[in-house]
Design a protein around this ligand. Sequence first.
Ligand SMILES: *Cc1c(COP(=O)(O)O)cnc(C)c1O
Length: 297
Amino acid sequence: MDEPNFIPPLQQIIDPFLDEKGICLFMLRTDLNHPEISGNKLYKLKYNLIAAREQKKDTILTFGGAFSNHIAATAAAGKEYGFKTIGIIRGEESSENNPTLSLAKTNGMHLHFVSRELYRDKATLLAYTEATFGKDVYIVPEGGSNTEGVKGCMEITSSISIPFDVICCACGTGATVSGIILSLKEQQKALGFQVLKAENYIRQEVKNWLERFAQQDKNNWQINEEFHFGGYAKTSPELSAFIKAFQKKHQIPLDHVYTAKMMYGIMKLIKSDQFPKNTTIIAVHTGGLQGNKGFDD
Ligand SMILES: *Cc1c(COP(=O)(O)O)cnc(C)c1O
């Protein structure tokens, strides 16, 4: 298998207010790595696909909601790298024709809907999945967040060709920011933006990941919990206006669920002088733009 290896472009954000504050801000456009396997989800899938191939499994089975970026990415990756794919989808079959799931189907994914109650209870869900689809499938957890996923995310920083001080990313499970933390050089810091409302949730998840990699002593990271806008996939007129203005000014589309909340947060923190002068910040554009179709509807 040709391993996915990409060099996402680094795009400088030009704005007089950044000059005033003495901040250099770049976006790492991992959203441009691939038209359908967008952003961090490709990095999270990479070592899962390699492991599936090594274990001689021809089917990838995974889980997600009806608008899941990970479901979209897994379906497209299965098509591109020659795996059958099964998506266990949370909720009713009525969502079958939404943009995310109809594209997943077009890319060959078999969709299997389960109730929210069953989906919530991870142990029962796994037992149900094995009873239904057998044990000969390669299982990737929700969001692609397993050890292989974190390992893949350690490669996000490897293409960055300029020196930087802080790297920012949006956090849903914390696997991506954990991979980034594990890959940083001395003096560099990671700043994660939690997009859901749950105190200390990502902080704890990151601690768990670092421990699994025997790196629990690392203190080069922080999680900001101020910019979740009410919770996962919650938005507001202010956030929508921010997305529109950002697109117009910088020609960079942001998604409502993740990257908009991160960029909004970064701009607010810069405005209130939370970064010292001469800081170079990299904001990772983790993709997720396919999900915007769900918001447009
Ligand atoms: C899934 C996703 C994230 C969150 O990644 P985690 O590893 O779960 O924290 C961030 N941004 C986008 C666009 C995503 O699709």
